[in-house]
Design a protein around this ligand. Structure first.
Ligand SMILES: O=C(O)CCC(=O)C(=O)O
Ligand SMILES: [Fe+2]
Length: 276
């Protein structure tokens, strides 16, 4: 197994490893890398859906996304699909998966099934590095705060996604809900402090006035999306990405209008988040 950093603070590329056939020893090594980087990229994997599922099951417990369509054969595999005639894509704004759940997802394993020749990258941000680099004054201001995370504004009646040409692909309008989490968490595996708010799902600082809350969140978001904390991954046939939802954000670029893109996602279950 070979590991090289992908960018200054964002992800690592793991090569000389086939996810479908790795040994238990390699799996242990991979767990350590996942805790260290929170974002792993793999090339030339050619995982079948069955192998995707087996890898996910070896790593953790699978949770099923409440809103996305699944593949016909595997209810555990969500389709992240954009047809060439569709305008809107899934995950086109910065977010982390399932932060609206009381027990948010630990990670997501995304496998490229059909990629456009040009465009369709996924951007990522490292929220542990971003937290470390916050000014002390801001760290003090956000210590002990909690935030409300929701999906109602996206998937509920008249939610953002419902008003787009993605709406037919989405189920579960009745499954919307909110959760609150600490704004700064301790990552359960790395022990690092992590900023745990995101533009897609965090709607308010708990107990704060909406405008004050918006101002603070926007200040934090502007800090996170600086180039030193982010990277952009170009998908090729056979590419796989495995990210930790507790310490990263991602955003799927929507810059390939007129072309189709299909990814398969399996989401792994996490645990209740602990305040720093
Ligand atoms: O399609 C992508 O690159 C990512 C979409 C997304 O947000 C997800 O799969 O969780
Ligand atoms: Fe996502």
């Amino acid at each position: 197994m070979n590991v090289t950093a992908f960018s200054e603070n964002c992800g690592a590329v793991v090569s000389d490893l086939q996810l479908a056939t790795m040994s238990n020893h390699e799996l242990l090594e991979l767990r350590a890398l996942f805790a260290k980087y929170g974002l792993l990229f793999f090339r030339d994997q050619d995982l079948t859906p069955d192998q995707h599922l087996k890898f996910a099951n070896r790593f953790g417990r699978i949770v099923i996304n409440k809103f996305f369509k699944t593949t016909d054969d595997f209810p555990q595999i969500a389709e992240v699909r954009k047809e060439k005639t569709q305008q809107t894509n899934i995950g086109g704004g910065w977010h982390t998966d399932h932060s609206y759940d009381d027990i948010p997802a630990m990670g997501s394993i995304l496998v490229a099934r059909r990629v456009p020749e040009i465009g369709g990258n996924t951007q990522f941000a490292n929220l542990a590095a971003a937290y470390d680099a916050l000014p002390t004054e801001l760290k003090q201001r956000i210590a002990n705060l909690r935030a409300v995370h929701s999906n109602t504004h996206l998937y509920g009646e008249n939610g953002l996604y419902r008003l787009t040409d993605l709406s037919e692909q989405l189920g579960g309008m009745d499954r919307v809900g909110d959760a609150t989490h600490p704004v700064v968490i301790i990552h359960p595996e790395s022990g690092r402090r992590v900023l745990y708010v995101n533009p897609g799902h965090t709607i308010q600082i708990e107990g704060w006035d909406f405008t004050e809350s918006r101002t603070l969140l926007d200040e934090l978001y502007a800090h996170v999306i600086q180039p030193q904390f982010t990277c952009s991954f170009n998908w090729l046939p056979g590419s796989v990405t495995f990210w930790d939802n507790r310490c990263t954000w991602h955003l799927a670029n929507n810059d390939y209008q007129g072309h189709a893109r299909l990814m398969h996602r399996i989401t792994l279950a996490g645990s209740v988040l602990t305040a720093a």
